[in-house]
Design a protein around this ligand. Structure first.
Ligand code: IMP
Length: 186
C-alpha cells in the first residue's frame, strides 16, 4: 500500500532553520546590492526548486532588478540522482544580450545542470554572468562551477524543503531538512 505523506512528520532532521535561511538570504541580498550598485541586474531563476529562494532574495535586494524564469528538467536520472542530461521546459522570456545576469539556483549537486545552463546563457551574450546558489553539496561535484554567492555548504545528503522536493512533495516546508530513510525507500 502507498505510504501516507506526512509533510512535517516525514522529516527526520532539520539542517537549516527558517531563521538561518532568512538571515543568510538577507546577507546575500545586501552583498548583491552593493556589488551591482549603479547597475541594472537581471535575476534568472531556475524553476521549480528556486522559487522560494528567488522570491525572498529579490525582496532583500535594494537596486532595480528584472527577473526571468527558466525551467529545466534533467532526465534519465532517478528521484535523488541527476543524470546531466538537461531539457529546457521553459526558456527566457526576454533577451539578456548586454545584461548583467545573476543565475539564482536552489542547489548545486553534481554541477551538471548548471554547467549546461551557464553554457546556454553565455551563448545569449550577457555582459556578465554570475551564480548565486542557496545550497552547495561540494562532495558530489563532477564539473567545476564558479559560485559567486553561496548560502550554505551542506553535507552529501538528499535534502527537501524551501523549494526542494522529493517526488515533487515537501517544497513548501519553510526549513531545509532530511527525510526519514523509509520515505526515500518508498
Ligand atoms: P546537479 O545537476 O547534480 O547539480 O543537480 C541540480 C538539481 O538537482 C537541483 O537544481 C535540484 O533540482 C536537484 N537536486 C540535487 N540535490 C538535491 C537534493 O538534495 N534535494 C532536492 N533536489 C536536489
Amino acid at each position: 500500500m502507498r505510504r501516507q505523506i506526512d509533510l512535517t512528520g516525514d522529516v527526520a532532521e532539520i539542517l537549516l532553520t527558517e531563521d538561518q535561511i532568512q538571515g543568510r538570504v538577507a546577507e546575500l541580498g545586501r552583498r548583491i546590492s552593493e556589488d551591482y550598485a549603479g547597475q541594472e541586474l537581471t535575476l534568472v531563476s531556475v524553476l521549480k526548486g528556486s522559487l522560494p529562494f528567488m522570491a525572498d532574495l529579490m525582496r532583500t535586494i535594494t537596486i532595480p532588478v528584472r527577473i526571468d524564469l527558466m525551467e529545466v528538467s534533467s532526465y534519465g536520472g532517478t528521484a535523488t540522482e541527476s543524470s546531466g542530461l538537461v531539457r529546457i521546459l521553459k526558456d527566457l522570456s526576454s533577451s539578456i544580450a548586454g545584461a548583467d545576469v545573476l543565475i539564482v539556483e536552489d542547489i548545486i549537486d553534481t554541477g551538471l545542470t548548471l554547467n549546461y545552463l551557464i553554457r546556454y546563457l553565455r551563448g545569449k551574450n550577457p555582459r556578465s554572468l554570475r551564480i548565486c546558489t542557496l545550497l552547495d553539496k561540494p562532495a558530489r561535484r563532477l564539473v567545476e562551477i564558479p559560485v559567486d554567492y553561496l548560502g550554505f555548504s551542506i553535507p552529501d545528503r538528499f535534502v527537501v524543503g524551501y523549494g526542494l522536493d522529493y517526488g515533487e512533495i515537501y517544497r513548501n516546508l519553510r526549513f531545509v531538512g532530511v527525510l526519514r530513510p523509509e520515505v526515500y525507500a518508498d
